[in-house]
Design a protein around this ligand. Structure first.
Ligand SMILES: [Zn+2]
Length: 160
């Protein structure tokens, strides 16, 4: 479950502890908080980079989750591409169209949502820049105690 907070960018700062496990931080992960219009091949984007402290173990875990997630998508992509080709050429099967439909959906997911999903799995944070002035972000925070700390540290933060 996610707790969402609308918070001015100027007040957005995470505590100096690992954002996942509260241990002593060793690395900073740059979380991109974006506002974008994504048209698949053209993208208009504004973003703010939030430094997220991570301990060494959570930093390594984040990298492995990212590698595993992308590897899985690439393997599935190749399997669908090859399977679709075999179905179309060798068997003249209508299931080739299904394979290529799935391939298209997978490519779309890889392009638009995979990084966010993997970051959410690894770090438990996701941010979107909100329109308006002053600049604000809507931040989803998995850890309830971190959510409460952020809410307490920012006078203008509101649940969103
Ligand atoms: Zn940690």
């Amino acid at each position: 479950m996610a707790n969402r907070l609308a918070i001015p960018i100027a007040e957005l700062a995470l505590p100096r502890a690992c954002a996942v496990c509260d241990a002593r931080p060793a690395k900073l992960f740059k979380l991109r908080i974006t506002q974008n219009i994504d048209l698949l091949f053209a993208r208009h984007e504004r973003w703010y980079t939030l430094p997220v402290p991570l301990c060494l173990s959570c930093h390594k875990r984040r990298i492995w989750i990212s590698i595993a997630g992308w590897s899985l998508v690439v393997v599935a992509f190749l399997a669908l591409a090859f399977g679709g080709l075999v179905l179309a050429i060798d068997y003249d099967s209508p299931f080739a169209a299904v394979a290529y439909g799935l391939l298209f959906c997978l490519a779309l997911f890889g392009r638009l949502g995979l990084d966010d999903l993997l970051t959410w799995q690894a770090v438990g944070l996701h941010g979107v820049l909100l329109r308006g002035s002053p600049p604000r972000a809507r931040l989803a925070v998995r850890r309830v105690d971190l959510f409460n700390k952020l809410r307490a540290s920012s006078p203008n933060a509101r649940p969103a």
